[in-house]
Design a binder for this molecule. Structure first.
Ligand code: 5GP
Ligand code: MG
Length: 449
């Protein structure tokens, strides 16, 4: 996951980057950072924690000054939580100063890194993003940053939505497949915003212009926006953005996420009907698709499970024990609503099965007569190499168990997943333009390690 933002030519750019990161906090809660550009001098603040925990008013008054800024929220794998691995990644190099933010995973990190190390590079972090800054710095035969960036991105593979800040410019680049989103907006009070999700535009008063295209580099220079198509566009947009990651009020890959999820719920009801008294979403990720299921089936929608909003996303917790207790702390049933009722419970996905198992047990203890689980996406079977922190495939319950076995494990009265075909119907777009690798194991780019 992760989110990136760039603010180009707007007063107090860092403050606007901060608001944007706040609205994209759901894409990464582990660390965050901002670099600002004050008349060609780049300042950076980054740390572990939530956006609101890291930045203070004083940072904006005294450090993060200037009219250009980039920012990042980080979502990382368990164990890899060093403060050094927070972004932006900043460096002084032959042509001045540069700072980079990156969403996505490079699939050839180790071969590139080993080659750089052989030629004398020293690394400070474990991040694939550091490769990019080294490639740029070592390309000393080229005299402009733009040429160096072009050379660098030709050497990296995999998923990258990148924003690069230099002394005078800003660059936004998306890999040829466009795995991760990246959109451009025009800020009413002047300048541009580039962000992972359009929900960031609302807070800074910006109007959506367009997406950065797969394989495109957009250059912001002298107040203007220019474009170079670096690679042929071969879209393989991440379907999981629609299923889970993105905020429902965002438009991702040109379509509204909420409406797409409602459609998924409608398809789910058409494909997998069930005789029930009420449709109950697993909050918050199942709400929009449950609404669609209810509209299509005519079964009433009820918020039978409440969510405590002071608990973050549960999936991120590093150990199973903590994940178990967190699910209980996070979700609780409205007993009098569900007692004696046949429920169809909707969630967006099952990863390890922790959430579903706990919820079903909780609903049964609260007196539910039957619990039928319907999942608004296909069974997750494969690891993602493009920036989604899915666990090792052994931990993905659907990679080791059949649907019947999972049903038994989570103690549901029935279980069914949306098919890939119905998923495609709900996005109303060409299937070949999307990456479904976590469902069908058809990987557009093979990882090199
Ligand atoms: P499980 O409990 O089966 O391991 O995870 C399922 C829950 O995790 C679902 O409610 C879903 O909304 C959420 N989920 C699915 N994929 C991801 C992910 O990549 N990151 C996070 N934080 N949650 C996820
Ligand atoms: Mg969820």
């Amino acid at each position: 996951m992760c989110s990136v933002v760039g603010i180009y030519k707007n007063q107090n750019a860092a403050k606007k980057a901060f608001y944007s990161l706040f609205s994209m906090q759901h894409r990464g809660q582990e660390a965050a950072g901002i670099s600002s550009n004050e008349n060609g001098k780049i300042h950076t603040i980054k740390n572990r924690g939530l956006v609101t925990e890291i930045f203070t008013e004083e940072h904006f008054q005294t450090v993060l000054k200037g009219d250009m800024a980039i920012g990042h929220t980080r979502y990382s794998t368990a164990g890899d939580d060093s403060i050094l691995d927070a972004q932006p990644v900043y460096a002084k190099y032959g042509l001045g100063e540069i700072s980079i933010v990156h969403n996505g995973n490079l699939t050839n990190k180790m071969p590139v890194r080993n080659e750089l190390i052989k030629r004398g590079a020293i690394f400070q972090t474990n991040m694939d993003t550091e490769n990019i800054i080294h490639l740029i710095a070592k390309d000393y035969e080229k005299n402009t940053l733009q040429e160096r960036i072009v050379d660098a991105v030709k050497k990296i593979e995999g998923a990258y939505s990148l924003i690069i800040l230099s002394r005078t410019k800003m660059f936004a680049i998306r890999d040829p497949y466009g795995f991760r989103p990246l959109s451009i907006g025009k800020i009413a009070s002047g300048g541009y915003i580039i962000a992972s999700e359009t929900c960031a535009f609302e807070l800074v008063g910006a109007e959506y212009v367009r997406d950065v295209k797969p394989g495109e580099m957009v250059i912001f220079e002298n107040g203007e926006m220019k474009s170079i198509q670096l690679f042929e566009s071969k879209p393989k947009k991440c379907i999981f953005e629609y299923i889970y990651f993105a905020r429902p009020d965002s438009d991702v890959f040109g379509k509204n996420v909420y409406e797409t999820r409602v459609e998924m719920g409608r398809e789910l009801a058409k494909e997998l009907p069930v005789d029930a008294d009420m449709v109950v979403p697993v909050p918050d990720s199942g709400v929009a698709s449950a609404l669609g299921y209810s509209k299509e089936s005519g079964i009433p929608f009820e918020l039978g499970i409440m969510r405590n909003h002071y608990v973050g996303r549960t999936f991120i917790e590093p150990t199973q024990e903590v994940r178990d207790i967190k699910v209980k702390m996070k979700l609780s049933p409205i007993k009098h609503k569900i007692a004696g009722k046949k429920l169809v419970v909707i969630d967006d996905s099952i990863v390890r099965g922790t959430t579903s198992k706990r919820i079903i047990r909780m609903l049964k203890e609260a007196g539910a007569a039957e619990v039928h689980m319907r999942i608004a996406s296909p069974a997750s079977k494969g690891a993602c190499y493009y920036g989604v922190d899915t666990p090792n495939p052994d931990e993905l319950i659907a990679s080791r168990m059949s649907v019947d076995e999972i049903c038994e494990y989570i103690e549901a009265d029935s279980l069914a997943y949306l098919s890939i075909e119905s998923m495609v119907k709900s996005i109303k777009d060409k299937k070949e333009d999307y990456c479904f690798a976590c469902f069908d194991l058809d990987y557009p780019v093979e990882p090199k390690e």
